[in-house]
Design a protein around this ligand. Structure first.
Ligand SMILES: NC(=O)c1ccc[n+]([C@@H]2O[C@H](COP(=O)([O-])OP(=O)(O)OC[C@H]3O[C@@H](n4cnc5c(N)ncnc54)[C@H](O)[C@@H]3O)[C@@H](O)[C@H]2O)c1
Length: 339
C-alpha cells in the first residue's frame, strides 16, 4: 500500500482528499498544525472511511520537526495543502503569509529531498492568472502579477517548485484550483471558516442559518450578464478526486514532464447572483443579500478551460453546482445541530 503524506490534511480540501485517498486504497499520514482546522476532523474522517489516518501535529515552519517526520516515516509521495489562504488577511499581514506559505514549502521540499521522496502535488490557485485577457483560462494563459501577497505566495511557490523539479530531478504537479465549494455528502466534513468567511458559499450558508445578517454582493456593475462577478465553482469532492488521480499519475510514472500544471474548474462561470439563486432553489429557502460597491482587487471573471486535466488525468467534474450547494447547506445545518 503506497503511503501518502497530506499536509494540511485536516483542512477543507485536505480532509476531503484524505477520504478519497483512503477510499482509493492509499495509506494516509497527515501533518497539520491546526492553525485553521479542528483536530476533531480526524474523528470525522475516520467516521466516513473507518480508517484512522496517522496524525502529526507539526508546524511546517519548524524545520527540525519536519525533517524528523521524514526520517521516521518513509512516504511515497506528498500532497501539500498546508498554507494560509485568506486574501484580505494577507494584505494586512504579508510577512506572516510569506513566512508560512514559503518557509513551510521550502522546509518540506528540503526534508523530502534529504529523505529521497520524489513526488509532490502542490495546491496552487487560479489567482496566479489575475484578470486574464481571454476566457476560458487554459494552462498556457500568461500569468499576471497577483493582487495580494497570498496570490504571490502561490506564484512564488510554483517558481520554487520549478527550480526544485529541474535541479533535483523531482516530479511535481501544480493543481490550480478555481473556486472550491460544497461538502462531503455525508455532511461529516466541510468548510469550517474561522471568523468571518472569506468565500462566497460559507457566507451564503451562514446568512441562511442566521449567523450573518446579510450577504454583501460586491458590485453589480461589472460587464457580465447580471452585473455581478463571475467565478468557476468546483465541488470539493471533484477536487479531491483530481488529487487522487494526480498522485496516482506520479506513482505510476505516467507524468509527461517532471513539472506539470493542471487547471481544476468546471469550465462554466457563474455570477454571484446565479450562485445565490441556485442556493435558494436547491434548498428551497431565501437568502438576505445587499448590493455593495465593488471591492478593491476583485477581478471581473475567471473560469477554466479544464480540457488538459480531463485528457491527462482522466478526470471529470461530476457534481452540479446545485448539488454542491445542497451539500454545503446540509453541512452548515449539521454543524448548527452539533453546537
Ligand atoms: N479554498 C480555496 O478557496 C482555495 C483556492 C485555491 C487554492 N487553495 C489552496 O488550497 C490549499 C488548501 O486550502 P483549504 O481551503 O483546504 O484551506 P484550509 O485552511 O482549510 O486548510 C489548510 C490547512 O493547513 C494547515 N496549515 C496551515 N499552515 C500550516 C503549517 N505551517 N504547518 C502545518 N499545517 C498548516 C491549517 O491548519 C489547515 O488545516 C491551500 O494551500 C490554499 O491556499 C484554496
Amino acid at each position: 500500500m503506497k503511503k501518502i503524506l497530506v499536509t494540511g490534511g485536516l483542512g477543507y480540501i485536505g480532509s476531503h482528499t484524505v477520504v478519497a485517498l483512503q477510499q482509493a486504497g492509499y495509506e494516509v499520514l497527515i501533518i497539520d498544525d491546526c492553525s485553521n482546522a479542528d483536530k476533531d476532523f480526524l474523528d470525522r474522517i475516520t467516521s466516513i472511511t473507518s480508517i484512522r489516518p496517522q496524525y502529526f501535529s507539526i508546524d511546517l515552519k519548524d524545520q527540525l520537526k519536519t525533517n524528523q517526520f521524514f526520517e521516521n516515516n518513509p512516504v511515497d509521495g506528498v500532497i501539500h495543502f498546508a498554507a494560509y489562504k485568506a486574501v484580505g488577511e494577507s494584505v494586512e499581514k504579508p510577512l506572516m503569509y510569506y513566512r508560512n506559505n514559503l518557509m513551510g514549502l521550502i522546509n518540506l521540499l528540503e526534508a523530502m529531498n534529504e529523505n529521497k521522496v520524489d513526488h509532490v502535488i502542490f495546491s496552487s490557485s487560479c489567482t496566479v492568472y489575475g484578470q486574464a485577457d481571454q476566457m476560458p483560462i487554459d494552462e498556457q494563459t500568461p500569468l499576471k502579477k497577483p493582487e495580494s501577497p497570498y496570490g504571490k505566495t502561490k506564484q512564488m511557490g510554483e517558481e520554487i517548485l520549478e527550480d526544485y523539479a529541474s535541479t533535483y530531478q523531482k516530479n511535481v504537479i501544480c493543481l490550480r484550483y478555481f473556486n472550491p465549494v460544497g461538502a462531503h455528502p455525508s455532511s461529516k466534513i466541510g468548510e469550517l471558516p474561522k471568523g468571518i468567511p472569506n468565500n462566497l458559499v460559507p457566507y451564503v450558508t451562514q446568512t441562511a442559518a442566521g449567523i450573518r445578517e446579510c450577504l454583501s454582493v460586491w458590485g453589480d456593475d461589472y460587464p457580465t450578464r447580471d452585473g455581478t462577478a463571475i467565478r468557476d465553482y468546483i465541488d470539493v469532492n471533484d477536487l479531491a478526486d483530481a488529487h487522487v488521480k494526480a498522485i496516482t499519475r506520479l506513482m505510476e510514472q505516467k507524468n509527461k514532464t517532471n513539472l506539470e500544471f493542471f487547471n481544476l474548474g468546471t469550465g462554466t462561470g457563474s455570477t454571484v447572483l446565479e450562485v445565490v439563486n441556485a442556493f435558494e432553489k436547491a434548498n428551497n429557502l431565501s437568502v438576505n443579500y445587499k448590493i455593495q460597491p465593488r471591492r478593491a482587487g476583485d477581478i471581473v471573471e475567471a473560469f477554466a478551460d479544464n480540457s488538459f486535466a480531463k485528457k491527462e488525468l482522466n478526470w471529470q467534474p461530476t457534481i452540479s453546482l446545485e448539488e454542491s450547494l445542497r451539500n454545503s447547506w446540509n453541512w452548515e445545518q449539521n454543524l448548527g445541530q452539533e453546537k
